[in-house]
Ligand binder design. Structure first.
Ligand code: KIV
Ligand code: ZN
Length: 506
């Protein structure tokens, strides 16, 4: 029988804390529910001490999820650990995940502590967490730049103190696969009580090696991999869950290890994250990119027509990419609409379904074919809204080759209606200037892009806006058959998201 590799998903913690990937509680709950359906073993729901919002999200996820363990992150100190436990204790399977750095670089420059002091802190933290639960994970941050023997001493001590999972993070994405594999082997050989804990790995992608390092660690005996959907995470991201799961499935004989991931749920989960965060996946991304299964070359197409095996190592259906995407339209009913929504990874209650269906009907009066991308936009616009401090009530723009672009905008800000008029270099610029003035925003517009969601002449325009303010960033998305309206929606969405990010800052 093959070994089980635990999949520890940190999309809602390491993923969510990276720029542009902020989610509100409602969005996090949707993601958590989808991760449960996907079959992950552990959901790291957040960092409860970071803010009231984080605490509440972790607590609600802990309440909701029944079939996965739910972990809360805590630095190695009493307050963090107590707060993490307060948030996860309602879970069916709670876990406390505590961490401290073990590399001399971090000890000297960041913590200003000796190795002996950090060892003692790690033991105390593990013992405190253990008082609350048997399920304790300890992470030795920056493990890959730590002295191997000191790292082994810390790992042994925290297992003695009660840790049941010991995580070896490549925090700065510095390791290379053969070296990381050797480190895992070294720990297995040199930590006398290692059989009492699961070895976990947590790799960042700074050198593009997060997945390769994680897989090499599994080959060398690691039995938990920490990863995120679409590989989102700090800087260049974390190891991508979908790649890890499909490597272990496609090359099973090389590892003799299984995960509990239901691979057919991978694509809908990836789409869910993209539609919530607005951060697109690169087209050539393995497993879930738009081109991951697109064969362009004539030789490949010829081979595929003769036998799929020639150039296809896994099928698109095995990762949940629908065989053909039936286009919906004016005559499609609620049933077909609900079906499509579920295939796209969204679980809506009756009220939300009615709301989305109403918008779908309105859109199908304006455009003939409704594609998956249109439906995702409807859900994002209607259902997955951030708390809306500001709403667009009315927009009118006048523009042309002999006219000064002028925008009249009416907004509802915290229940009050405000309105103004202004000019700009173009209709979008005019609209943005008026919105900015009405909202009294001080953020900087960093990026603005317009795409057509689908291919038809009546396609909706999809607009992305990126704003920054004092080191904080937020992405907004908007769609409409009118691109000026889509732009205004995206700008307002980004302003609302920025407000939310500001409210979460500790
Ligand atoms: O990258 C890292 O070291 C972490 C730890 C908190 C596990 O995210
Ligand atoms: Zn990390």
């Amino acid at each position: 029988m093959s070994d089980h590799v635990f999949i520890f998903d940190t999309t809602l913690r390491d993923g969510e804390q990276s720029p542009g990937n902020t989610m509100n509680t409602q969005e996090k709950l949707r993601v958590a529910r989808q991760l449960e359906l996907l079959g992950v073993d552990i959901i790291e729901a957040g960092f409860p001490i970071a803010s009231e919002g984080d605490f509440e999200s972790v607590r609600q996820i802990a309440k909701l999820i029944k079939n996965c363990q739910v972990a809360g992150l805590a630095r190695a100190n009493d307050q963090d650990i107590d707060r993490a436990w307060e948030a996860v204790k309602v879970a069916v399977h709670p876990r406390i995940h505590t961490f401290i750095s073990t590399s001399d670089i971090h000890l000297k420059h960041q913590f200003k502590k000796t190795r002996e002091e950090v060892l003692a802190i790690a033991i105390e933290a593990t013992k405190r967490a253990k008082k609350y639960t048997d399920n304790v994970e300890f992470s030795a941050m920056d493990a890959t730049r730590s002295d191997w023997d000191y790292l082994c001493a810390v790992v042994k001590a925290v297992i003695d103190a009660g840790a049941t999972t010991v995580n070896i993070p490549d925090t700065v994405g510095y390791a290379v696969p053969h070296e990381f594999g050797e480190l895992i082997s070294y720990i297995r050989k040199n930590v006398s009580n290692i059989d009492k804990a699961v070895i976990s790995v947590h790799c960042h992608n700074d050198l593009g090696l997060a997945v390769a390092n994680s897989i090499t660690a599994v080959h060398n005996g690691a039995r938990q991999v920490e990863c995120t959907i679409n590989g989102i995470g700090e800087r260049a991201g974390n190891a991508s869950l979908e790649e890890i799961a499909m490597i272990l499935k496609t090359r099973k004989t090389k590892f003799d290890a299984d995960t509990g991931i239901i691979s057919e749920k991978i694509f809908p989960t990836s789409r869910l994250i993209t539609s919530i965060t607005g951060v697109p996946v690169q087209p050539n991304k393995a497993i879930v990119g738009a081109n991951a299964f697109a064969h362009e070359s004539g030789i490949h197409q010829d081979g595929l027509l003769k036998a799929k095996l020639t150039y296809e190592i896994m099928t698109p259906q095995s990762v949940g990419i629908p065989k053909s995407s039936l286009i919906l339209g004016k005559h499609s009913g609620r049933h077909a609409f609900r079906d499509r929504i579920e295939n796209l990874g969204h679980i809506l209650d009756e009220k939300e379904l009615n709301q989305a269906f109403k918008r779908f009907k309105a859109l199908s009066d304006m455009k003939k074919n409704i594609y998956d991308e249109d439906i995702e936009m409807i859900i994002m616009d209607e259902i997955y809204k951030m708390p809306e401090r500001c709403k667009l009530v009315y927009l009118n723009v006048v523009c042309g080759n002999k006219t000064i672009p002028t925008a009249t905008v009416k907004l509802e800000i915290e229940g009050n209606i405000v309105q103004d008029v202004g000019i700009g270099d173009g209709p979008v610029d005019a609209a943005f200037k008026v919105i900015k003035k009405l909202v009294k925003a001080t953020s900087k517009l960093e990026k603005f892009s317009v795409n057509s969601i689908t291919q038809d002449m009546d396609a909706q325009g999809e607009v992305f806006v990126k704003l920054s303010e004092k080191g904080l960033k937020a992405i907004g998305k908007g769609a409409d058959t009118d691109i000026i309206v889509a732009s205004a929606k995206a700008y307002i969405n980004a302003l609302n998201r920025l407000e939310y990010v500001k409210s979460k800052r500790v």
